[in-house]
Write a protein that binds this ligand. Sequence first.
Ligand SMILES: NC(=O)c1ccc[n+]([C@@H]2O[C@H](COP(=O)([O-])OP(=O)(O)OC[C@H]3O[C@@H](n4cnc5c(N)ncnc54)[C@H](O)[C@@H]3O)[C@@H](O)[C@H]2O)c1
Length: 266
Amino acid sequence: MALLEGKRGIISGALDEQSIAWKVAEKCAAHGAKITLTNAPVALRFGKIQELAAKVGAEIIPADATNLEDIEALYTQSQELLGGKLDFVLHSIGMSVNVRKKREYTNLKYDWMQKTFDVSAISFHKMMQVAYQNDVMSDWGSILGLTYIAAQRVFPDYSEMAESKALLESFARSFGYHFGVKNNVRVNTISQSPTMTTAGQGVKGFQEFFDYADSMSPLGNATADECADYCIFMFSDMSRKITMQNLYHDGGYVNMGINPSLVTGE
Ligand SMILES: NC(=O)c1ccc[n+]([C@@H]2O[C@H](COP(=O)([O-])OP(=O)(O)OC[C@H]3O[C@@H](n4cnc5c(N)ncnc54)[C@H](O)[C@@H]3O)[C@@H](O)[C@H]2O)c1
């Protein structure tokens, strides 16, 4: 089954083999797509993206997703390397300065908060705006961002990332309208289960809310690999009329109230 045969795309955010984007890149290649990989220049130094590039036969284009010139160069070079307009783009980028520096939610530094919003959410708008203005997306293309349910429910230690994700999801809805009207490009976010990655494990108490979500969800947590399968479906022609949605990929967690097994321990 090659769902992405003949398609071209950009995958951001692959840092190491735990990254959700890493798995997406592997599956894109397996499904016949031609891709470029991108990450912040600093991540190229301490990450393992070169290993992934060799494995999937992709070029790496360094780009800070908060920098408009970097994004423009990313699109220009990707189209040259891949031979045409893009069919899909994955935004798989997140970082909170206050979380990283262990500031409590009731004592946040606002310049750090602005940096967090810029990296984790406004970068999504920037990637879409540059793509829109430079007409880089093919008709019926697909743009995806990754998000977390802390945009809707309170997870105290997720801190300002909750607001980043709320903003990210809102950008998907609003830009989804403009891209849909322009040339039928769809824009969605996938709300993924807690996943053991560098970004995930940076959150205090991560193991506890990973385990809690796993026990609460009738199907258990969705893995990074399963998330990658969902991304492939969303990039493929099988999902052409899905747009402006926040799509839960969480084993049913979002609709649970109580799971008796958590109370009885059985
Ligand atoms: N891990 C989880 O539990 C979980 C759950 C739901 C959603 N997500 C989301 O999935 C996405 C991918 O995260 P992950 O869990 O695979 O972790 P990850 O740490 O592997 O990926 C985060 C990526 O963001 C990149 N990045 C940071 N600043 C950047 C910048 N300025 N420009 C370009 N790239 C930059 C990092 O280099 C890294 O590759 C994030 O949006 C994250 O919030 C993660």
